[in-house]
Each structure stands twice: as C-alpha cells, then as structure tokens.
Design a protein around this ligand. Structure first.
Ligand SMILES: O=P(O)(O)OC[C@H]1O[C@H](O)[C@H](O)[C@@H](O)[C@@H]1O
Length: 283
C-alpha cells in the first residue's frame, strides 16, 4: 500500500497488488497494473522525457480538444488538445491511503500567461482493487467567464483490437465521424467493432457507461459523470503507421475510449467550479 514519488512520477500501490504510475508531465497515467496485467497501452516509441505528449496511458486533454478553434484568438493559438498534457504538474496531497483505496491529488501549474485566463485545475487519481477513477476539477479564478473543453484520453490495452466489442452507445445518439470529414450521423444502438479506422465523437451519451469486451475473457467498463461526450479512436494501420511515435502495429493493442466535454465548450462564471469523473473497472 502507499504512495511513492520521485522527481518524475508518483506511484500508487494498493494492497490487492494493483498499482498505478502517473508521470507528473501532463499528469499522465502511464501504467495501471491490475490482476497481474498491464491495463494501459503506452507506445514503446513514445517520448517520456517531456519533449512531446505521451503516446498512451491517460493524457489529460484541456482546455481544447482536437485542433484549435478559429476564435477566440487565445484559443486559436493553442496546439492540438491544449497544453495540460504538456505541463509539469505537482503532487498536492495524498487524499487517502487505506484498504478501500489509495488516492492522490495533483495540481496543474498556472496556465501560460499569454492564454489570459486564470483557473485552478486539479486531478484526483484513485486506485482500488479493480478500479481506477480519475476526477478533473476546474475552478474559474478569474473575474470573467472561462470556457474550455476537457477529455481523458484513455488508451485501454487489449490483446487484439479486431476481436473487441464495444457496447453502451445508445440508439439515436448523434456522433461526429472525423474519418468522414466530420459528418454527423445517428447511432443505431448496435455493438461497435473496430474493423476500420474509427475516430468518432459520440455526443451526449445518455448511458454514461461504455463497455469493452476484449474477446479474451476480460475487458473494461468506463463510467463517467460530468463528462457528457465520448470519443472512440483507433487509427488502424492506415493512419496509425503515419503517427511518428506509434510503435509498429501498436494500433492492434489498444482502443481509446475517451470521456469528455468536447462537443461544446463548458462555460464557468467567475468562481464557478466544474467536476467531471470517470471510473474504469476491469471486467
Ligand atoms: O495525436 P494526438 O494529438 O495525441 O491525437 C490523437 C487522437 O486524439 C483523439 O482521439 C482524436 O479524436 C483523434 O482525431 C486524434 O488523432
């Protein structure tokens, strides 16, 4: 049991044998071991020296998702997925260290001054025997409105992505298909399989729980609250082989199930708070 820290990362160990490692760079979860297995995919080609976002684990996407919008100007100037995944976070406190769970709170540094907004961003990571929960907490500390998008970019490890089955996407939910130039379509409620490159934002998903059957007797349930949308991404060879820091055939060994607030921007009045949570359970 317990929490240990070195200059680059924080590790949580639970008495069940499960553990989680969080790099302070981006507050990126880079390992979750449960039941003797690694449950997160991290590309062996990923930079882990703070020079580039980590290709795998759970990057924290904030304050924008995807390419920058055309306005307002301070958002238009941002890089894809915003800057939180490239900031050096700090361990603020151990929230709990008990048989019920081990939990820490991390805090993002102040935003770049040219961004021109003042907020507090913290992240609570909690480990239990079968679950990993991560909560994002935003407080607008400015005297003006603050808008943002946020998403937890889970790279869930699976033995063979061509065998997985994804359920929980309700019939009638609208989704934006980025592979088809952002075409909006309506989901038919069926089981989703990865038989082609998939990059879709399912919008306002009522079930708030996506399940992945890994086709090998295990899988995940990703439950979320506060987050309303869910992106599902797997590039397959077509796009995956063009990603410089993706290991060869890496796309066969993960699926990204990404709860987020990304269709719209969330708006916070001065002093207002936003809390969004995900709980990933190994099935
Ligand atoms: O390469 P990155 O900036 O980490 O983005 C990786 C992926 O993130 C999300 O899943 C997006 O929907 C994809 O369009 C994007 O390719």
């Amino acid at each position: 049991m317990g929490v240990t820290q070195n200059e680059k990362s924080v590790t949580l160990n639970h008495e069940s044998g499960s553990s989680v490692e969080i790099q302070l760079y981006g507050a990126t979860v880079v390992s979750w071991k449960q039941g003797g297995k690694e449950r997160m995919f991290v590309s062996s080609k990923s930079a882990l020296d703070g020079s580039k976002p980590i290709r795998g684990g759970i990057p924290v996407v904030f304050p924008i998702f995807g390419p920058p919008p055309s306005s307002p100007p301070e958002y238009a100037a941002l890089k894809q997925h915003g800057f939180a995944r490239q900031q050096n976070w700090t361990l603020e406190s151990t929230v709990m260290d008990r048989p019920e769970g081990v939990s820490v709170r991390l805090r993002a540094p102040a935003p770049p001054s040219e961004f021109g907004h003042n907020y507090k961003l913290s992240y609570v990571v909690t480990l239990t025997a079968h679950q990993l929960s991560t909560d994002l907490h935003v407080v607008n500390e400015d005297n003006k409105e603050f808008i943002f998008q946020a998403l937890l970019h889970n790279y869930l490890a699976v033995p063979d992505v061509s065998k997985i089955k994804i359920t929980g996407l309700d019939k009638g939910v609208q989704y934006r298909d980025k592979i088809l130039d952002g075409k909006i379509d309506q989901w038919d409620g069926s089981t989703l399989v990865v038989d082609r490159p998939i990059d879709r934002v399912y919008q306002k998903v009522p079930s708030q729980e996506i399940k992945v059957d890994d086709g090998a007797g295990s899988g995940f349930a990703v439950r979320f609250k506060g987050f309303v949308d869910c992106t599902i991404w797997n590039p397959q060879e077509e796009t995956g082989s063009k990603i410089a820091d993706m290991e060869d055939k890496g796309w066969e060994r993960y699926v990204c199930i990404e709860p987020g607030y990304v269709k719209d921007f969330k708006s916070l009045a001065p002093g207002e708070e936003f809390l969004a949570q995900q709980v990933i359970t190994v099935l």
